[in-house]
Write a new protein. Structure first.
Length: 224
């Protein structure tokens, strides 16, 4: 049986804190806290919009979150500086283990897809820039549904697009909310815990599999 893999993009294949060096040059010691706020608010705004049925593309959530981070951390950025950061966000780097993990997947055993809150155009640009697109069969974007993960409709849409079933499909994500969403829907899910300090929400579900990187994700799924 061929296993279908839904790889989350932002935070799993692609490093959403990949602008830390640029932020350090701009705002010094505030950079890490600023980056954390930017990411946290980006996700929060997507959750809110999904619940309110007030959809805007993920890039707009990212832009609004940047504005919030500037206000919270009292960082005075010019419009050009903000535009520059958002342009760089569109070409964030992949994690070091991403390419090796995807390249090692046996195409006879796995059908790997990108599965993202981002629009297809934005995700394709990221994957092409990072060199990861060649290892993925297609991109499944929530933009077609005008909602965001972890809405159950999004996971159902992935199965439709990939012509797969819950029993044959795994979500691969470093985002606990995404893992919980997939498990709640009935898929299997691997949580990518790259840091010892990462925490999984204390809910009524646990990941099907926990891995420290994507280096051996194929082998680990087969063993699970």
């Amino acid at each position: 049986m061929t296993i279908t893999l839904a790889f989350d993009v932002y935070g799993t294949l692609i490093n959403t804190h990949g602008l830390l060096t640029q932020l350090e040059e701009m705002i010094g010691d505030k950079a890490q806290a600023f980056s954390n706020t930017w990411r946290e608010k980006q996700l929060e705004y997507s959750f809110r919009r999904g619940l309110m049925k007030s959809y805007l593309p993920f890039s707009e959530c990212t832009r609004s979150a940047l504005e919030y981070a500037c206000k919270l951390h009292q960082v005075d950025m010019s419009s050009d500086q903000k535009s520059g950061l958002l342009s760089l966000y569109a070409v964030l780097p992949a994690f070091q283990d991403t390419l090796n993990g995807l390249a090692a997947l046996n195409q006879d055993q796995f059908r790997p897809y990108a599965f993202s809150n981002g629009t297809e155009a934005a995700v394709r640009k990221l994957l092409q820039h990072s060199g990861t697109e060649q290892y993925l069969l297609d991109i499944v974007s929530v933009d077609s549904l005008k909602t965001f993960k972890p809405d159950p409709a999004v996971y159902d849409y992935f199965l439709q697009r990939s012509a797969s079933s819950k029993e044959q499909s795994w979500l691969i994500s470093s985002n606990p909310f995404d893992v919980i969403g997939a498990l709640n829907f009935g898929m299997k899910a691997a949580w990518v815990k790259r840091s010892e300090s990462s925490l999984f929400d204390d809910w009524e579900v646990t990941p099907t599999l926990v891995v420290e990187s994507l280096e051996r994700i194929g082998d680990q799924i087969l063993k699970a």
